[in-house]
Design a protein around this ligand. Structure first.
Ligand SMILES: C[S@@+](CC[C@H](N)C(=O)[O-])C[C@H]1O[C@@H](n2cnc3c(N)ncnc32)[C@H](O)[C@@H]1O
Length: 394
C-alpha cells in the first residue's frame, strides 16, 4: 500500500521545517526492506504525524533518480502513482522541444514532469489536473507556473496547444483500450478537434483505429519503447504520419519517418544480423531505417535485418552460420562451438526462447547468439557471435 498524501502533508513538506526534516532523513535512513519498519518508527519519533510522509518522500526521491536529474529528484514531491506515471526527463524534454515558443496547456499535469520540461521551451505554460494533492505537488515542482484544478474534458484555455497524458494504469494493470484511459482518448480527440493537440499514449495503441489525422511518434529510451505520442496536423511534420524516435541517455538521437525511402531490398545474411530498435519496429519503419543504413531484410515480412556494419547507436550480432531450426542439430552445433552465455532472439516463429534454452543447455564458455526467424516458409536459426555495439552507443 502506498502512502496517501494529504494537502497538510504537502504544506509541511514544502515548509522550511519539512524541507529540513526530509534532508535529515535522506541523510540518515537506510530505507532497505529490512530497515523500513524501524525507519518509519524513528521518523515518527522525530517528526510526529509527518513521519510516514517524510519517509515516503525520501524513498520516492531515491526512486525518482532513475527518471530525472538528481537536482530535480531530490527536491520534487511525488506520489507513488504520480512518479510511476511521470514521463522520464529525456523523453519529456524531447517532446518539449517540439513545443518551443508555443503557449502550452498541460491538461493532465499530475505532479508536473511534462509540465516542467514544457516550461523550459514554451512561451507560456499552464497545468491542470483533477487530483488536488498532485496539483499542490506540481505547484511546488514547477515553480512560477500557473496550476489549476480542471477537468481535461472541459476546455478551459483558448489559443493554447493542449498536451494530454491520460492515465494508463487502472487497478495496477496497463490498459490499451483508448476509451478506458482517464480521461478517455476518443473524448479528448473529439473535444479538442481543430485545436493543436498532443496526446501521449501507450506504445501498444493503434492510431489507425482512432479518428485521428496527424502524426504518430513512437519513442524509445535506451532501447525500451516508452510511448506513442499523437501530434495533431498543425504540429505534425509536413506529410508525416509515422515517426520513430530513438533516444539514449548518452545524448544519441535518431529519427526516421514514413517519408524516408524504404527500398532496402531483401538478401542473404551479411557480416551482421541486426534487430532494429523497438520504436522502429512499432512505428512500422523497419525498411526505412534499413535503407538509410545500407541494410537489407532477411525476409520481407520480418523485422530482422542484415548488412556489413552496425548503424550508429544500434547493436548487432556477427553472423557465423545458419541452419534449419531443429533443436537437436542446433544443440549439437552450438556444443561444438563451445557455446556458453547464450542470447536468443525470436521473430516470426512460434518458438519459446526459455524452452529452447532448456533444450540447448549451453555449458561452454563462448558467448553466442541464436536468432530464430522465418525466411520464406522456413523457420531458420542464425548462429551469431555475442551482441556488439556500434561506436556511439554506451
Ligand atoms: C499519466 S498522469 C500524467 C503524468 C504527467 N504527464 C507527468 O509527466 O507527470 C495522468 C493524470 O491525469 C489526471 N486525470 C485523469 N482524468 C482527468 C481528467 N478528466 N481531467 C484532468 N486530469 C485528469 C490524473 O489525475 C493524473 O494525474
Amino acid at each position: 500500500m502506498s502512502y496517501r498524501y494529504t494537502p497538510a502533508d504537502v504544506a509541511y513538506l514544502t515548509s522550511p521545517d519539512g524541507v529540513a526534516a526530509a534532508a535529515d532523513l535522506a541523510a540518515s535512513l537506510a530505507l532497505t526492506p529490512a530497515s523500513l519498519v524501524g525507519d518509519i518508527a524513528r521518523a515518527g519519533k522525530r517528526y510526529g504525524q509527518f513521519g510516514a510522509a517524510l519517509v515516503d518522500t525520501v524513498a520516492l526521491r531515491r526512486r525518482a533518480l532513475a527518471k530525472m536529474p538528481a537536482a530535480d529528484a531530490e527536491r520534487r514531491l511525488f506520489t507513488d502513482d504520480g512518479l510511476q506515471q511521470a514521463t522520464p526527463h529525456i523523453v519529456a524534454r524531447h517532446r518539449a522541444v517540439r513545443l518551443t515558443g508555443r503557449r502550452v496547456h498541460d491538461v493532465t499535469c499530475s505532479i508536473g514532469a511534462d509540465l516542467a520540461a514544457a516550461a523550459c521551451t514554451a512561451d507560456l505554460v499552464v497545468g491542470s489536473d483533477l487530483d488536488p494533492v498532485r496539483l499542490l505537488m506540481a505547484r511546488h515542482n514547477v515553480p512560477g507556473v500557473e496550476v489549476l484544478r480542471a477537468d481535461a474534458l472541459t476546455p478551459t484555455t483558448r489559443g493554447t496547444t493542449v498536451v494530454a497524458d491520460p492515465a494508463r494504469r487502472s487497478d495496477g494493470r496497463r490498459t490499451v483500450d483508448p476509451a478506458a484511459l482517464e480521461p478517455s482518448l476518443p473524448s479528448l480527440l473529439e473535444i479538442y478537434r481543430g485545436r493543436d493537440l498532443v496526446i501521449k499514449c501507450a506504445p501498444g495503441l493503434h492510431p489507425e483505429r482512432l479518428d485521428f489525422d496527424g502524426e504518430a511518434e513512437v519513442v524509445s529510451l535506451d532501447g525500451g519503447v516508452r510511448e506513442m505520442c499523437l501530434w495533431s496536423p498543425g504540429l505534425a511534420g509536413p506529410g508525416v504520419r509515422s515517426r520513430a524516435t530513438i533516444l539514449r541517455s548518452n545524448g544519441f538521437v535518431e529519427q526516421v519517418t514514413d517519408l524516408d525511402p524504404d527500398d532496402c531490398g531483401v538478401g542473404e545474411p551479411g557480416a551482421y544480423v541486426i534487430d532494429p530498435d523497438g520504436a522502429i519496429v512499432r512505428a512500422g519503419l523497419v525498411r526505412h531505417w534499413a535503407k538509410r543504413h545500407g541494410l537489407r531484410q532477411l525476409d520481407p515480412r520480418i523485422a530482422h535485418l542484415t548488412g556489413d556494419a552496425i548503424p550508429p547507436g544500434a547493436s548487432g550480432f556477427p553472423f557465423l552460420e545458419m541452419l534449419p531450426m531443429r533443436p537437436k542439430p542446433l544443440r549439437a552445433r552450438l556444443r561444438s562451438l563451445d557455446c556458453g552465455p547464450l542470447e536468443i532472439l525470436v521473430r516470426g516463429a512460434d518458438v519459446d526462447p526459455d524452452h529452447l534454452r532448456k533444450q540447448i543447455k549451453p555449458t561452454g564458455s563462448t558467448p553466442l547468439t541464436v536468432v530464430v526467424t522465418r525466411i520464406g516458409s522456413r523457420v531458420t536459426a542464425l548462429i551469431c557471435g555475442a551482441r556488439e555495439f556500434a561506436g556511439s552507443l554506451s
